[in-house]
Design a protein around this ligand. Structure first.
Ligand code: C5P
Length: 230
């Protein structure tokens, strides 16, 4: 039997997809750690990989909460968007929103350290060296993985040296279900570019996803994740 175009569109709208009914929290972007009112420590992450995951999760029917730091990409208005620039603010925002989540995707490039004190006024130039004392930030992903009611967790690892080995260690130490390894030793893919090449890594599964657009990488990551975990 042939169905008309109108009926096909209606059918598509009622089609339940793989992530329908799932709540997914995604962090993305580069954290910003203030030094004084005008200066900060940050990194080259654009938030594009995380936003591609937001978009694809929404397409698959999920309810998405997007907690974002500094990004160079458009927000998806169909997500619930919360800005949290520093690691500490992001930690607070994640913990306040994690209870109802089925899946946590930790895509943000979070600074491991932040200045112990933020100068109230702009730091003046003088003849002496300027010494900044940096203190460790909370590890958001690790803390989520320690929760008694832990959601399924996907972390990211941007590595420049011994990528596979380091990603395996990260999978174990953070206690997450999946690590997406991003080899950023080359300049062509990884941070602040539109294409990427990653490896999906879980305790007993490994799959390389060849170089392609971040939208397609996100689609593939979710495809593997759904097949293996849901
Ligand atoms: O330890 P590393 O920073 O390489 O780990 C990267 C992973 O951990 C990413 O998924 C990142 O979002 C997450 N992370 C975090 N909180 C931090 C540092 C990293 O959630 N303070």
């Amino acid at each position: 039997m042939k169905i008309g175009r109108g009926a096909a569109i209606v059918a598509q709208q009622f089609h339940t997809t793989e992530l329908t009914g799932k709540n997914i929290l995604i962090t993305l972007g580069a954290s910003v750690e203030a030094i004084d009112p005008v200066r900060y420590i940050s990194n080259h992450s654009s938030g594009k990989m995380g936003m591609a995951l937001v978009n694809n999760c929404i397409e698959l029917g999920a309810q998405v909460t997007c907690i974002y730091a500094k990004i160079q990409t458009e927000l998806n208005q169909r997500a619930s968007n919360i800005q949290a620039l520093s690691a500490k603010k992001m930690h607070k925002a994640v913990m306040e929103n994690i209870a109802e989540q089925d899946i946590f995707i930790s895509c943000a490039a979070v600074a491991d350290f932040s200045p112990e004190n933020i100068a109230k006024d702009k730091i003046k130039k003088n003849a002496d060296d300027l010494k900044l004392i940096l203190k460790p930030n909370p590890d958001i992903l690790q803390d989520v993985c320690k929760l008694t009611k832990k959601p399924l967790t996907i972390g990211f690892a941007a590595e420049t040296k011994n990528p596979l080995e380091n990603a395996q260690i990260k999978l174990k130490n953070k206690g997450c279900d999946v690590i997406i390894l991003n080899d950023v030793s080359g300049a062509d893919f990884g941070l602040n570019v539109d294409e990427n090449e990653v490896t999906f890594l879980s305790q007993n599964y490994q799959q390389k996803i060849a170089k392609t657009s971040k939208q397609k990488i996100a689609k593939k990551i979710l495809e593997i994740f759904i097949r293996k975990f849901l």
